[in-house]
Design a protein around this ligand. Structure first.
Ligand code: RB5
Length: 141
């Protein structure tokens, strides 16, 4: 599976470590930047680059807010594995987001394990996700 990784300047080292972790597990990791911790970048610019994968900023909030403005994207901020698993099983989220200033590196790996190990359950959850899509369509007219 191809997994995109995007971050702002707060999360360069964490992103690098997580990309190595996921590559070792057999995922094809694509780096959408940022690349230099000394160069500040704006999380909205980074948040719109990834369609399936991982977004990291200081809190995970700003970058996920930006990602969720891209039509069809469901990006979930999760600071622990249970929510990361459930946002795939019930929300069919394509993007997991978290904060480099919030979660430690080992917890971030557990969050990725939970997110990428989960499968969307469909059924009544598909109907609810469709309702989210309907809201988007209503306001994008
Ligand atoms: C950058 O200082 C910080 O605002 C950003 O990484 C993020 O936490 C915003 O939501």
């Amino acid at each position: 599976m191809k997994v995109g990784f995007g971050c702002d300047h707060t999360a360069i080292d964490l992103k690098k470590e997580l990309m190595e972790y996921m590559t070792e597990k057999g995922y094809e990791c694509v780096d959408y930047g940022a690349y230099d911790a000394k160069v500040r970048v704006d999380y909205p610019d980074q948040g719109q680059k990834v369609e399936k994968g991982v977004l990291i900023c200081g809190t995970g909030i700003g970058i996920s807010l930006a990602a969720n403005k891209v039509p069809g994207i469901r990006a979930a901020v999760c600071s622990e594995p249970y929510s990361a698993e459930m946002t795939v099983r019930h929300n069919n989220a394509q993007i997991i987001a978290f904060g480099a200033r919030v979660v430690g590196n080992e917890l971030a790996k557990k969050i990725l394990d939970a997110f990428f190990g989960a499968t969307f359950e469909g059924g009544r959850h598909a109907e609810r996700v469709q309702k989210i899509c309907n809201i988007e369509a209503k306001y994008n007219k």
